[in-house]
Design a protein around this ligand. Structure first.
Ligand code: GTQ
Length: 362
């Protein structure tokens, strides 16, 4: 085709697009390659939030707004490729929540599922459907979809934890519902004692019922989608440490374990998978990629991660309480300078439920 002919064709096509636009029609052929890409091309970017940079700002937020006024006093970790969307990845939200001594974050519930991973401080609790758990660093706590929950700090130190939620996913599905607890005072019929919910069961109840390799007999209908909502760090850490003594590391993942729902054996939550991973000192992982995007929280140790392909290869050095994101399908390899423990969460259960999860060594 001559240049003059192709100019005439493209002008005719543009006129056609303008003509069909008012009818709510658009030509597929202009966007097909982006709609049905050869491989995922995530708008999310590899990203790192250094604890030494973000911690002072989280504490500063505590001087500017109270937990009750904020409802949840959180600094959102926004992916640089998704600014303004409150998203760490295309489907996942991550934030750093602060609760100061004497504060209460009032009871509410929402269809989004939440996870907490405690970063710093002791003595604060999360209450889920009437049971409190007093949190220690490294504890992993679940708030299943549509369960009442509040947070409080009757202790003496500021407590900071990582919030992970499926907020962007539910936004994509237009499936977000939320409500505040009307009296926030415990059982619907019980006395009102202020904004903190009144415990209905003693602490440790869920752990005894579902977290001890036992289940209640005769079988009782689990009250929650995630009957075990607390995974104390001491136990999880001991498991990965023991694993590291009994065989060689996996070439990609080191010693990695997945938190499970003990009544199903599957992921601890319906939309988010959670992992605890030990890397022995001097470990260098094999290059790897998978379709689930993940958020990582360093618990102990020091190391590095390389994400992406040249010329856009990124390298982050990480240490305790640093956070980083690995977007979908970006190749990465992870290594350690010292024995390290990392917590992570991803949208993998959604991929698996839809039959679209993929992984590859690269
Ligand atoms: O604790 O319920 O970081 O609803 C964002 C939304 C925390 C929570 C967040 C929430 C919560």
């Amino acid at each position: 085709m001559s240049a003059a002919m192709s100019a005439a064709v493209s002008e005719a096509r543009r006129a056609f697009y303008r003509a069909i636009d008012p009818l709510g029609l658009a030509p597929l052929w202009e966007v097909l390659h982006a709609l049905v890409p050869a491989r995922p091309a995530s708008a999310a970017e590899p990203a790192l939030w250094r604890w030494q940079d973000v911690r002072p700002e989280v504490l500063r937020a505590g001087e500017l707004i109270g937990a009750a006024e904020a409802v949840r006093r959180v600094l959102i970790m926004e992916n640089p490729g998704l600014r303004g969307q409150s998203s760490a990845t295309g489907t996942l939200y991550a934030g750093l929540q602060l609760i100061l001594p004497g504060e209460v974050a009032p009871s509410h519930r929402h269809s989004q599922t939440a996870l907490r991973f405690v970063l710093e401080g002791r003595g604060a609790y999360t209450a889920v459907n009437g049971e409190r758990h007093t949190m220690e660093p490294g504890d992993f706590v679940i708030t299943p979809s549509w369960t009442w929950h509040d947070h409080g700090n009757p202790g003496h130190e500021p407590v900071i934890w990582l919030d992970g939620l499926d907020i962007p996913l539910l936004r994509m599905l237009d499936a977000g519902f939320a409500e505040n607890r009307p009296d926030a005072g415990g059982p619907a019929t019980g006395p009102t004692t202020g904004p903190a919910s009144e415990p209905e069961r003693p602490e440790g109840d869920a752990l005894a019922r579902y977290g001890s390799n036992l289940r209640p007999y005769p079988e009782e209908r689990a009250a929650l989608a995630a009957p075990l909502f607390v995974y104390p760090y001491g136990r999880s850490r001991a498991a990965v440490l023991q694993l590291a003594r009994s065989g060689p590391p996996h070439p990609v993942h080191g010693y990695k374990m997945q938190y499970i729902n003990p009544t199903t054996g599957g992921a601890a939550m319906r939309t988010m998978a959670t992992f605890l991973q030990l890397l022995p000192r001097g470990f260098t992982g094999h290059w790897y990629r998978s379709t689930d995007a993940s958020v990582h929280s360093v618990v102990e140790g020091h190391g590095w991660i390389e994400i992406g392909e040249s010329p856009r290869l990124r390298r982050f050095e990480w240490g305790p309480r640093d956070h980083f994101v690995v977007p979908s399908w970006q190749p990465y390899r992870i290594g350690s300078a010292a024995e390290s423990v990392l917590f992570s969460f991803s949208d993998r259960p959604v991929h698996e439920a839809l039959g679209i999860w993929r992984e590859a060594l690269t």
